[in-house]
Design a protein around this ligand. Structure first.
Ligand code: ADP
Ligand code: ADP
Ligand code: MG
Length: 677
């Protein structure tokens, strides 16, 4: 329906000249980028630890809002509104996370006479509760996963509902987000423990212990629709994204359009999503998330995210509006200004395919444990359109910046478009090779393995993808011996003269101790002729002749007279990294200098119960001295507000070596299991 002229005139038009972004990192940078293209002034807010952050660098003005924890900085709505009022800000963009889905904040912004670049607070409230939103959707005729979304939160009632729904089922925090506060329950015996754990997590994260229960779908795909409404009653969908590649219920790879989707299916979910948005009087950018049961081909509404989504770039890259590209942030700003759409659903077309990889500071091998620390050296893939491929990198960090423990460990989003899906995938794979990060563990190698996976290449994988392909996705490649040789040579050549006895006392041989694949490996470096070195390890010997490099800032060498490599060595006290066109290879040095070293991820003896991560021993689930069986949940470790169940590694009598409430390091022995034999 077209809005009437008088209705158009009723909506106040205002010009936005200055925008404050109540956020940090890549999303703040992303919003500033569009503001710049529109000539809009930009204001950043920052915590003490990010006063030189990339998002501060990219804003015209920046204001301090407090100490790093979110509660004392990016969640301080009142302070942020005050900054905006004091400095002539016309509109606030909340980004994602933090205050983006806080209805109170949206309301306060408007009451301060500032435009909120997001939906009305009423829509945030309706959709903010996973329960209420499901009731609204059911009333609007949108299918939801069968479950319990009610008010009665007593354990007795929830247990009764759980039995009715059947197992497996999922407990979710009603106010949940970011994959937090979810527990799969496989049978009724686990229900009570997991319910209490979910409630505690929900309280910790969302200050709301209410939960909902729903049927757990074993092999679903996560398909979501980007919707958009202006202030004049027009609503469209910018088609769908498939975000099925997840770990810990959080997206890792996202793409648009969804692979193997028929035009009819595309239109029917799109229409349902717009209907959902309209049911709550939505304005601006929103995402309606669906779960698609691959066993029954049925769609269910899951939740609506009332904000710009992390993965919005994949939609931007594939949409053409009457042949023009889509900038969702620009459309958000224009919508906030009161501008009606100058296009309809029929004007939208899909062009090619786009895949986004979230680059995280984390340790995939250690259950994707989030990491933090200094990004000692970063080299990024080149951005731009290269024929059939376009590379875009949305990042909030530069070389030398710190990934802070206080926030999400996402470093960047690598977004690669191609004329078709195989081209996009190949482009992404190549861009990942060109992405080098030294200093902290990242998931870059893991992402490469995902790209190389046949099932992923085929398209249409389920949310079980990572779990089902764990073995191959986490497999460690053998370190090429010529890389070890380059690392040893560079350690020697760049060392202060007293570290190795090379050249110093006339001898031209030095030994470099490394730790390779968990074992000590001593590599010898000998200058056999001027500018020619023989580098030997336990299983190899290579001749390396350094030569002039073609790539600025790089080194080059001939190896064994046949191979010519261009590489960049990064020599640090605790490691040597060699950057090559195939990726980053990092060698640990031995012995590690004091204060250096990764957490040791050894499996531990079968009779010991190890802490899966640094955290608090939150709760014992069995008494000290109790007889336990293998696989039984024995205690809970809480880290980063999330609870992790720790299981007994075998049958026996448990003896705790920690007290409830004590802090434990990763792999510390929390208990031993004693057997009579
Ligand atoms: P998307 O659905 O946009 O892909 P995620 O669910 O991964 O986003 O969450 C986006 C960001 O917002 C992440 O940084 C996540 O940690 C954070 N986040 C999402 N919801 C919440 C919430 N309710 N409370 C705190 N942080 C949240
Ligand atoms: P969040 O607010 O944390 O994003 P969602 O409700 O969107 O929470 O769920 C996050 C993810 O959990 C989904 O993308 C999906 O992979 C999984 N999930 C959610 N509900 C179900 C379900 N009923 N069955 C199976 N998996 C589910
Ligand atoms: Mg979600």
């Amino acid at each position: 329906m077209r809005p009437s002229r008088s209705l158009l005139e009723e909506v106040q038009r205002r010009t936005i000249n200055k925008v404050l972004v109540a956020n940090r990192g890549e999303i703040a940078c992303r919003v500033f980028k569009t503001c710049k293209t529109l000539g809009i002034r930009t204001v950043a807010v920052y915590c003490d630890a990010e006063s030189n952050g990339k998002h501060v660098q990219h804003a015209d003005e920046a204001f301090r809002i407090g100490a790093p924890p979110a509660a004392t900085s990016y969640l301080r709505g009142e302070t942020i509104v005050q900054v905006a009022k004091d400095h002539g800000v016309d509109a606030i963009h909340p980004g994602y996370g933090f205050l983006s889905e806080n209805a109170e904040f949206a309301k306060n912004v408007l009451e301060a006479g500032i435009e909120f670049i997001g939906p009305p607070s009423g829509a945030i409230i309706s959709m903010g509760s996973k329960s209420e939103s499901k009731i609204i959707m059911t009333d609007a005729g949108v299918p939801v996963v069968p479950g319990y979304h009610g008010e009665d939160q007593t354990e007795a009632h929830l247990t009764k509902e759980a039995a009715r729904i059947g197992f497996p089922l999922l407990i979710k925090a009603v106010s949940g987000g970011g994959g937090k506060g979810m527990k799969i329950v496989r049978n009724i015996d686990e229900f009570s423990t997991l319910l209490q754990s979910a409630q505690r997590e929900a309280t910790n994260f969302f200050k709301d212990d209410r939960v909902l229960l729903e049927r757990y779908i074993e092999r679903p795909r996560h398909v979501e629709v980007q919707v958009f409404c202006d202030k004049h009653g027009n609503g469209v969908f910018f088609f769908e994204r498939d975000c099925s590649v997840q770990r810990r219920y959080q997206k890792v790879l996202e793409e648009a359009p969804a692979p193997h989707f028929s035009a009819e299916l595309r239109k029917s979910v799109g229409d349902v999503a717009v209907k959902a948005a309209k049911a709550v009087g939505y304005v601006g950018a929103g995402t309606v998330e669906f779960i698609f049961d691959t066993e029954t081909n049925e769609f269910y509404f899951m939740e609506m995210n009332t904000r710009l989504q992390v993965e919005h770039p994949v939609t931007e890259e594939i949409i053409l509006i009457k042949g023009r590209p889509l900038d969702l942030v620009r459309l958000q700003i224009e919508t906030a200004e009161g501008k009606p759409f100058d296009f309809t659903q029929e004007d939208l077309a899909i062009n090619g395919c786009c895949i986004e990889a979230r680059v995280f500071a984390e340790s995939p091998k250690n259950n994707f444990l989030p990491g933090s620390g200094n990004l000692t050296f970063v080299e990024e893939p080149a951005e731009g359109r290269f024929g059939d491929v376009k590379v875009r990198l949305d990042t909030g960090f530069r070389s030398g910046d710190d990934v802070l423990v206080h926030y999400d460990p996402m470093i960047a989003k690598l977004i690669v478009w191609g004329t078709d899906r195989p081209t996009a995938l190949r482009g992404l794979r190549k861009a990942l090779d060109d992405y080098h990060i030294v200093g902290i563990s990242t998931n870059i190698e893991f992402l490469k393995k995902c790209c190389d996976n046949e099932a992923f290449a085929k398209g249409g994988v389920t949310t079980k993808f990572i779990e089902e392909h764990k073995e191959t996705l986490l497999a460690e490649d053998k370190l090429p011996t010529n890389v070890t040789a380059l690392a040893a040579l560079n350690a020697v050549l760049s060392a202060p003269s007293n570290e190795f006895s090379f050249h110093v006392n006339g001898s031209s041989k030095a030994n470099v101790p490394f730790r390779v694949h968990g074992a000590a490996e001593s590599v010898s470096v000998q200058e056999v002729q001027r500018g020619s070195y023989v580098v030997s390890g336990p299983t190899f010997s290579h001749t390396i002749k350094p030569c002039a490099a073609l790539k600025p800032g790089y080194s080059a060498a001939h190896i064994d007279g046949a191979l010519r490599v261009e590489y960049k060595p990064i020599v640090l006290p605790h490691q040597v990294a060699i950057l090559l066109p195939t990726g980053t290879y990092t060698l640990q040095r031995e012995p590690l200098p004091e204060g250096f070293g990764d957490v040791k991820y050894q499996a531990g003896g079968a009779s010991r119960v190890l802490s899966p991560m640094p955290g608090k021993v939150a709760k014992f689930l069995v008494a000290n001295g109790a007889t336990v069986v293998q696989g039984q949940n024995v205690l809970i470790v809480e880290a980063m507000k999330m609870e992790h169940l720790v299981k007994a590694p075998k049958d026996g009598v448990i003896v705790f070596s920690f007290k409830e409430g004590q802090m434990a390091g990763a792999d510390q022995v929390l208990a031993t299991i004693e057997t009579s034999d």
